[in-house]
Design a protein around this ligand. Sequence first.
Ligand code: AMP
Length: 195
Amino acid sequence: MEGDSRGPKGLRLLLLGAPGSGKGTQASALSSRLCVPAISTGEMLREAVAEGSELGERISGLLASGELVDDATMRQVVQRRLDKPDTERGFMLDGYPRTIDQAHALDEILSSSGEGLDAAIQIEVPEEELVRRALARRREDDREDIVRRRLAVYRDKTRPVAEFYRDRGLLVEVDGDQPIVRVTEAILSALGVAA
Ligand code: AMP
């Protein structure tokens, strides 16, 4: 991407890496630097489970096994979040879209408000490093078999989403196998924003 494309409405960004690629860490670093809210669908779903809401009860098994929540449910969750006024000046979506259907749904959600996306950032990390990181962070869904299942789901369903945005000229690929600050700098530089 050339130049700082922040218009009056701010940047609308997607973070697309595999589980363990550092998306969450980069989302919070970039969110404060770019003054846009970081929206993590994984976090929103884990909160729903912790609250014991109707949604939480319905999806807790899926989350625990590393499978994806269905596209229709995810569309509702994301639509509701993007309707909030803090996204009017841009946003950074971490963990959505994760399927081609979700990418189409996001197009529809955004086109109803006349907005487009500025970039889809793909954080690349080798698979063995992803497993090592996931086992080190010890979240409940980070058991080795579940970690490997999440990576397989990522390969099958989410990897094609990067190609979807590459075809539109929106894909920015960044090496995620380097220190956190270097990854942040690489993303900012690709966006044309001074670090
Ligand atoms: P994450 O924190 O992004 O790794 O997400 C944790 C879990 O939440 C995933 O393993 C999925 O079960 C679920 N999840 C998060 N985002 C999505 C999404 N966009 N579509 C389907 N399931 C999702």
